[in-house]
Design a protein. Structure first.
Length: 222
């Protein structure tokens, strides 16, 4: 299969348990919970997405006809930005996201990325089974969407969500190592502050959960 990539660029992991780690972010185009078109937002399963995952026009984006071609592209992004030859102890780290990365991340691509030396993290809405070989699996449930992934390394729940099926209590017994609440970003500072305060209160009352902030936004990183 070919792979449709919105963008691939160097950054720091901005959220969750591995926040602050140097990484290449590989954003696949397309999602199964929203088309990416504003006209479809209110009828989508996920109505609060703040990410542009439509098209191939982002930095490092494009269509890659083979798994090997995409793996080489990602490796080039890492080497160009991270100076990997100067840091031989640093394991190249890749964060696969979207949209929904598991629409495209398949066993041949995982194998090609492993051959290129990458540790592979995936940030997914959890509605599609993951291929083997993923090193770090982060599931971020959206609305009432049914979860195909009931366990992993990290569950990161955007909070608050209106749907009863998207409340933290639904997920507390699942087989994840880390549980995070991430305040909903609506683009309005006052509303965002209220969401952050609500998430902090919930974490204080339910210490199984930890607060995740989007540090890349705070720092002005992509």
């Amino acid at each position: 299969m070919s792979y449709a990539v919105k963008e691939a660029y160097p950054t720091l992991q901005g959220e969750g348990a591995r926040s602050g780690r140097a990484a290449v972010l590989l954003r696949f185009a397309g999602c199964n919970l929203w088309s990416g078109r504003e006209a479809d937002r209110l009828s989508a399963i996920c109505r609060f997405c703040d990410t542009d995952f439509v098209g191939l026009d982002g930095p490092g984006g494009g269509r890659f006809e083979t798994a090997g071609a995409l793996a080489r592209h990602v490796a080039d992004v890492w080497r160009a930005a991270m100076g990997a030859s100067d840091h031989p102890a640093a394991t190249p780290y890749l964060v696969c996201t979207g949209g929904e990365p598991l629409l495209q991340l398949d066993p041949p691509l995982v194998a090609a990325l492993k051959r290129a030396g990458f540790e592979i993290a995936v940030e997914t809405n959890g509605t599609i089974a993951a291929p083997g070989g993923v090193d770090w699996l982060c599931v971020s449930p959206k609305g009432a969407a049914a979860l195909a992934l009931q366990g992993g390394d990290e569950l990161k729940l955007v909070y608050p969500q209106a749907e009863p099926e998207a409340q933290p209590e639904r997920f507390a017994e699942l087989a994840f190592q880390h549980f995070f609440l991430q305040p909903l970003d609506e683009g309005d500072p006052a509303r965002n502050a209220a969401h952050a305060a609500a998430a902090a209160r919930y974490c204080q009352a339910h210490p199984q959960w930890r607060l995740s902030l989007q540090t890349h936004k705070i720092l002005g990183l992509r």
